[in-house]
Ligand binder design. Structure first.
Ligand SMILES: Nc1ncnc2c1ncn2[C@@H]1O[C@H](COP(=O)(O)OP(=O)(O)OP(=O)(O)O)[C@@H](O)[C@H]1O
Ligand SMILES: [Mg+2]
Length: 366
C-alpha cells in the first residue's frame, strides 16, 4: 500500500516536442486518477515515466516515500495494462496471466491460487487453455487485466484499456473495471481520451493539454466548474456553447440582446460566455430577458434532441440547446425563444481563457 507522487515531472524529446511539462500530482491508495486529454497531449508518456519505461528529463516519481526515479521498471512493483494488450501469442491464457508471477519466482501453488481467483473475477475460467489468437478482443482485454491483477502491485497503470472494444462491451467492462479496482486499495492511474470513461470511473481527473495539467479535480468539478476554456470545451458532449461577446457597461451583447455581466473589478472589452446545451432553456410566456433565434438544425438523438439556433440578427452566433422533447414540434427554419439563466453562465477571460466567474448552479438536464 503506497501513495504515488509525481514531482515536477518533465519530459523533453526535442525542443519542439515536450510532451510532459512540470506535472505534479499525487494519487492515494484506493484513488482512481484519470489522465484525460486529446491525442498527443502526453498521457501515455506520463504512464511510461511512472512505469520506468522512460526516464524524465527532470522531476521525480515517488511510490510511498521511495524515490523510484531511475529504478528499473521490474523493481518498481507496478502493473501496467497496455492498449494493445501485449499478450504472449504462443502462451495459453493461464500462462499469460501467470507470466509475471513466474518471473518473480512465486511458489507454484500460490500462482495457481492467484490465477484462479483473477480468472473467477473476470469470468475467464472456461478459456484458460486457449491462446490469444483464439479469443475476441474483449476476452483478450480481460486476460490483460487479469495479468495485472494477479501481480498485486503497489500501483496500477492502465493505458486506454477499452479503446479496442465495441460500444456495448466497453460499457460492460467499464463497470467491471470500476468494481475491480475499487477493491484493490492501491493508486490507479487510468489514461483515456473518452470523457464518459473519465467521468464514470474516476475519483479525480487531470485534464491535459500539450503536456500541461489544465485542471485536477473531482469529475463533478471538472464538469461544473471548468477552470478554463480548454477544459470547458473538451469535457461535455455536445460541447459547451462558447461565445466571444463584446461588453458595454454592465452587460455583454449577444446580437441585439443584452446579457447582464456579474460583478467584476473592471469590465473588459470582450469576454467569453459559456453555457452548456442542457442549461439553455426554452422561454416560457412569463420569462423576461428572452433571446430570439431561428432554428437551423434539429437532431434527434433518441433520448433527447439537439437544436441548433442562430441568434436573431446575427449570422455568426450559434447556440446549441439540448432538450428532452421536441420543442412543441418546432423544426428547422422556425423562430424560437431562449433563456440563458444567469446562474448557469460561465465567464472566461478572452485573452488567457481562464474562468472569471463560475456559475452558481450545477449543470442539469431539464
Ligand atoms: N519516443 C518519442 N520521440 C519523440 N517524440 C515522441 C516519442 N514518444 C512520443 N512522442 C511525442 O510526444 C507527444 C505525446 O505522446 P503520447 O504518446 O504521450 O500522447 P498521448 O496523449 O498518449 O496520445 P494518444 O491519445 O494518441 O495515445 C506526441 O506529440 C508524440 O508524437
Ligand atoms: Mg497514448
Amino acid at each position: 500500500m503506497a501513495k504515488l507522487e509525481l514531482k515536477n515531472l518533465n519530459k523533453t524529446y526535442t525542443p519542439k516536442v515536450i510532451p510532459v511539462k512540470d506535472v505534479s500530482l499525487s494519487v492515494e491508495d484506493g484513488e482512481f486518477l484519470t489522465l484525460l486529454g486529446p491525442s498527443g497531449c502526453g498521457k501515455s508518456t506520463i504512464l511510461r515515466l511512472i512505469a520506468g519505461l522512460e526516464e524524465p528529463t527532470r522531476g521525480q516519481v515517488l511510490i510511498g516515500e521511495r524515490n523510484v526515479t531511475g529504478v528499473r521498471p521490474g523493481d518498481r512493483n507496478i502493473a501496467m495494462v497496455f492498449q494493445s494488450y501485449a499478450l504472449y501469442p504462443h502462451l495459453t491464457v493461464y500462462d499469460n496471466i501467470a507470466s509475471g508471477l513466474k518471473l518473480k519466482k512465486t511458489p507454484s501453488e500460490e500462482i495457481k491460487q492467484r490465477v484462479a481467483e483473477a480468472a473467477n473475477v473476470l469470468g475467464l475460467e472456461e478459456l484458460m487453455n486457449r491462446k490469444p489468437g483464439q479469443m475476441s478482443g474483449g476476452q483478450r482485454q480481460r486476460v490483460a487485466l487479469a495479468r495485472a491483477l494477479v501481480r498485486r502491485p503497489d500501483v496500477f497503470l492502465l493505458d486506454e484499456p477499452l479503446s479496442n472494444l465495441d460500444a456495448l462491451l466497453r460499457e460492460r467492462v467499464r463497470a467491471e473495471i470500476k468494481q475491480l479496482f475499487a477493491a484493490q486499495k492501491v493508486p490507479v492511474v487510468y489514461v483515456t481520451h473518452d470523457q464518459t470513461e473519465a467521468m464514470t470511473l474516476s475519483s479525480k481527473v487531470a485534464v491535459l493539454n500539450k503536456g500541461d495539467v489544465q485542471q485536477l479535480d473531482a469529475p463533478e468539478l471538472i464538469y461544473n466548474n471548468p477552470a478554463n476554456v480548454f477544459v470547458a470545451g473538451f469535457v461535455g458532449s455536445p460541447q459547451m456553447n462558447l461565445l466571444t461577446l463584446s461588453c458595454q457597461g454592465n452587460h455583454a451583447s449577444l446580437g441585439n440582446f443584452k446579457i447582464p455581466l456579474p460583478k467584476m473589478p473592471t469590465v473588459p472589452h470582450n469576454i467569453v460566455l459559456g453555457i452548456r446545451p442542457e442549461n439553455v432553456h426554452l422561454a416560457k410566456p412569463e420569462d423576461t430577458n428572452i433571446i430570439k433565434g431561428r432554428i437551423f438544425l434539429v437532431e434527434n438523438l433518441g433520448m433527447h434532441y439537439l437544436i441548433s439556433v442562430r441568434v436573431d440578427s446575427s449570422e455568426k452566433e450559434e447556440i446549441i440547446v439540448r432538450a428532452l422533447v421536441p420543442i412543441q414540434q418546432k423544426w428547422s427554419g422556425e423562430e424560437i425563444n431562449l433563456v440563458l439563466p444567469n446562474e448557469s453562465i460561465h465567464w472566461f477571460n478572452v485573452q488567457t481563457g481562464d474562468a472569471m466567474v463560475k456559475p452558481s448552479v450545477a449543470s442539469q438536464l431539464v
